[in-house]
Design a protein around this ligand. Structure first.
Ligand code: XLS
Ligand code: MG
Length: 343
């Protein structure tokens, strides 16, 4: 069992509050300020998209030098880098997807970008590359050949595994948004693909709670499934109020019991024993004043830590007793009472 987690946040988790319906409401901050904020609230790790670390405008010959500058900024603040993720969804060239695009130019650009991401990660000291295949799906199903699409996804993983012999690839799957329908919508789909790669030992998963909820699944069961495979190499804890857009709400803010079950499965199965950390992919509300726009992160972390205490203190013998008696009504109330501090 692990009760001492290290925490990680993406630089995108400090933002100016823009959404698809409105412009920024807080000042746009530069990378150095965001890193200082993440470090000042006591987080041990930071996560980057490739262009958060090295903007795409930086010519190839200077990527390494620029990444070294970012690496120094992090180490000066005592921050370690958990992963780098290629942003394969923003460039207009990727409008129809990148890895599965019908346009060979887009597919080539996706591969170049994946390799560039690995180069950056190597300088930043991160062996994990997270793939959120945001546009690898369709707006209308007839637009792509699904068999070919899966071949392309497999080929992409194999190419990156071959490019760097140490890199680890973590699929972060999500069933929808921005596309209507995604290929490989769940962790299970991704792990089935991983098993067919040239080196399955270097392909695993990062599970985001909100994404599991969007699938209609219980995130703690999804995490348990990946743990059982030895493949849970990252998590994005957050919350989500039902089947709507990806809300990235503070951890536990919608469903405390669901949050407890996630923490409990991580604690009881020694998550973190191989260097895994707890990522919080949460978004500050648009209403939050700039001076206090890190509370979504600090509150989420505090909640994880409190739920770790619940997981440690809960009376496991009483819990087992309810199971043995097949008194699931009793177990139901027992868990609720524990979460209310009455247990
Ligand atoms: C979006 C994803 C994204 C990834 C990193 O839904 O959660 O933020 O975590 O690319
Ligand atoms: Mg995420």
């Amino acid at each position: 069992m692990n009760t001492r987690f290290e925490f990680s946040a993406g630089v995108w988790n400090i933002n100016a509050g823009e959404d698809p319906f409105g412009p920024p409401v807080r000042p746009q901050l530069d990378l150095a300020t965001k890193l200082r904020m993440i470090s000042s609230i006591g987080f041990e790790y930071v996560q980057f998209h490739d262009d958060d670390a090295v903007p795409m405008s930086v010519p190839a010959a200077y990527v390494e030098t620029e990444a070294q500058t970012v690496s120094k900024m992090c180490s000066d603040l005592g921050l370690k880098v958990e992963f780098v993720a290629p942003r394969l969804w923003e460039d207009p060239l990727f409008a129809d997807g990148s890895i599965t695009s019908n346009d060979p130019k887009a597919r080539l650009a996706a591969l170049d970008r994946g390799k560039r991401t690995i180069d950056i990660a190597n300088v930043l000291g991160a062996e994990r590359i997270v793939l959120w295949p945001a546009r690898e799906g369709t707006y209308v199903r007839e637009a792509k050949d699904p068999i070919v699409a899966h071949d392309r996804l497999l080929g992409y993983l194999d190419n990156l595994l071959d490019y760097d012999r140490h890199v680890r690839l973590l699929g972060e799957m999500k069933p929808n948004e921005p596309m209507d329908l995604m290929y490989l919508p769940s962790t299970g789909h991704f792990l089935a693909l991983a098993a067919r790669t040239a080196d399955p030992t270097r392909v695993g998963a990062l599970i985001e709670a909100a994404h599991s909820i969007l699938l209609g699944l219980d995130p703690s069961d999804e995490m348990a499934f990946a743990l059982w495979h030895g493949k849970l190499w990252g998590v994005h804890l957050n919350d989500q109020n039902g089947l709507k857009f990806d809300e990235d709400k503070s951890f536990g803010s919608v469903n405390l019991r669901r949050a407890f079950n996630m923490v409990d499965v991580l604690v009881q199965n020694n998550y973190g024993a191989n260097g895994e950390v707890v990522g919080l992919d949460v978004k500050a509300m648009r209403t939050q004043p700039a001076e206090i726009a890190t509370k979504h992160l600090t509150n989420s972390r505090a909640l994880v830590e409190r739920l770790v205490e619940v997981s440690v203190r809960i009376d496991r013998e009483a819990w087992r007793g309810y199971i043995e008696a097949r008194d699931y009504e009793g177990l139901d109330a027992f868990i609720l009472h524990a979460l209310m501090g009455l247990g």
